[in-house]
Write a protein that binds this ligand. Structure first.
Ligand code: ADP
Length: 442
């Protein structure tokens, strides 16, 4: 800019000097004529290059940028440099876009970008195929108009995207998709759809296999158990030298039956994809009966039994499946008893069951003063057959499946299991139910 100003200034200054010289050697009129003629020429020159610039702008091309002259030369050089950088950036951008398109189309997952009103902004070919979309016609349409599954709509609006949502395709019942939403900047969302059909099939096969094996084993085990019982009742049927072995056979048969029952329960819960019963449960009587069962279990396991305390909000009820939730509460309480040694001298042996509203959510908790759990085990406790101490679990009649059953029932009730524990001091297992499952009695 300064260059242009300087160049224009020098030209006018030179023209003024020439005109002054002409005035001196000729007349003022001639000098004025020379000055105006010079200015006219100057203007014509600028109009010419302006016209060149306009013509170039109509069809901009690096090769045809005019060379320019004088003041315009610098300007056209700047334009050339700008165009070159622009072209380079554009090539880079196109290459990145190409790479991005190649990567997204090579991905087995489908990607959809949703705008702030959950309208479809963009999607990949895989997403079109998995979700039955067509970007050409569906662009800017609300996604809920196109994926009309009520569970998906609730997942979208709840805005809790920690876990993916399993979508059974309404167009193709064979197709099972995992839908994961990720919140992005500007209220946009990224929807990732993953085809889980094969994995789901394998999972169904696994569940069926376990259910069938457990079923097939149940009958012969009942027969063996029955014979052992009959033999045990028959006087003199078991020689004294074999009685130790005989007791072990009876004990192991009972254990196997318990494992099979738990496996069957687990596969029934897992394959039950429908919503659980939603009737109101009278928590006061349910918790009382859980407490009584616990007292019975404790007396059976120990000569001196535990102190089982119940602190329940009598005005709070729960909506859900009574049978399933009873199993959850009983499992947690029976674990607390089994993993809490009774030692009145040390104050060990207290089990406290609580039922109350916490942060506006109904919470059932069992606190024990037992052996506690080291932190590295806590994450894995709900895995099938995961036990911190196998022999202790066996001794107390455990199958290693209790917390797996608890986890699956809680998933069905949209509830969360929270475990806090201090090794050697005790543990607290809390079940946090969604607000909507609590019923405040009037
Ligand atoms: P199990 O039949 O072995 O008790 P669970 O699935 O109920 O199986 O529990 C898994 C493991 O979690 C148990 O083997 C035990 O190591 C640990 N556990 C569960 N509850 C408690 C508790 N209250 N205190 C200490 N450890 C526990």
């Amino acid at each position: 800019m300064q260059n242009i100003r300087r160049k224009a200034g020098s030209f006018i200054f030179a023209l003024l000097l020439i005109s002054l010289f002409v005035w001196l050697i000729s007349s003022a009129t001639t000098a004025l004529l020379v000055f105006s003629g010079g200015l006219l020429l100057y203007l014509a020159n600028h109009i010419f290059w302006l016209n060149q610039l306009q013509t170039w702008f109509k069809k901009p091309d690096l090769k045809t940028i005019p060379d320019g002259y004088g003041l315009w030369e610098g300007l056209f050089n700047l334009l050339l440099r700008y165009e070159r950088t622009n072209k380079y950036n554009q090539t880079q951008l196109n290459a990145s876009l190409e790479r991005f398109n190649l990567a997204t189309s090579a991905m087995p997952d489908g990607l959809v970008i949703l705008g702030s009103s959950n309208e479809i902004e963009w999607c990949t070919a895989n997403a079109e195929q998995q979700l039955g979309l067509d970007l050409k016609t569906d662009k800017n349409l609300p996604v809920v108009n196109l994926i009309r599954d009520s569970g998906f709509i609730a997942y979208l609006y709840n805005e809790k995207y920690d876990e993916p949502f399993k979508l059974k395709s309404w167009r193709n019942p064979e197709l099972v998709l995992d839908i994961q939403l990720i919140a992005m900047a500007n209220n946009q969302k990224l929807l990732i759809s993953r085809d889980m059909t094969q994995l789901e099939k394998v999972d169904v096969m696994r569940r069926d296999f376990i259910a069938n094996v457990s079923h097939e084993l149940r009958t012969p085990l009942t027969v063996v158990g029955g014979f052992l019982e009959t033999l045990g009742d028959m006087e003199g049927a078991v020689p004294p030298s074999l009685q130790g072995y005989f007791a072990m056979m009876e004990e192991q048969t009972v254990r196997m039956r318990r494992i099979i029952e738990d496996l069957l329960t687990l596969s029934t819960i897992e394959s039950n994809t429908g919503s659980p019963d939603n009737s109101e449960i009278d928590m006061a009587s349910l918790l009382k009966s859980v407490q009584n069962d616990a007292i019975g279990l404790s007396q059976g396991l120990n000569k001196s039994s535990h102190r089982i305390l119940l602190e329940a909000d009598a005005t709070l009820n729960l909506k859900g499946s009574m049978d399933e939730l009873r199993s959850v509460f009983s499992n947690l309480v029976s674990n607390a008893i089994r993993y809490t040694p009774v030692d009145p001298a040390k104050g060990h042996g207290d089990i406290t069951i609580t039922w109350q509203m916490r942060n506006k959510q109904p919470v059932f908790a069992v606190r024990d003063t037992g052996i506690g759990i080291e932190s590295q085990h806590i994450e894995r406790l709900t895995e099938r057959f995961y036990r911190v101490d196998k022999s202790r679990s066996r001794e107390t009649g455990g199958t290693g499946l209790g917390l797996s059953i608890v986890k699956h029932i809680l998933i069905r009730h949209q509830a969360k299991l929270d475990i806090s524990s201090e090794f050697g001091v005790g543990s607290t297992f809390s079940v946090i139910f969604p607000k909507s499952r609590g019923v405040q009695k009037t």
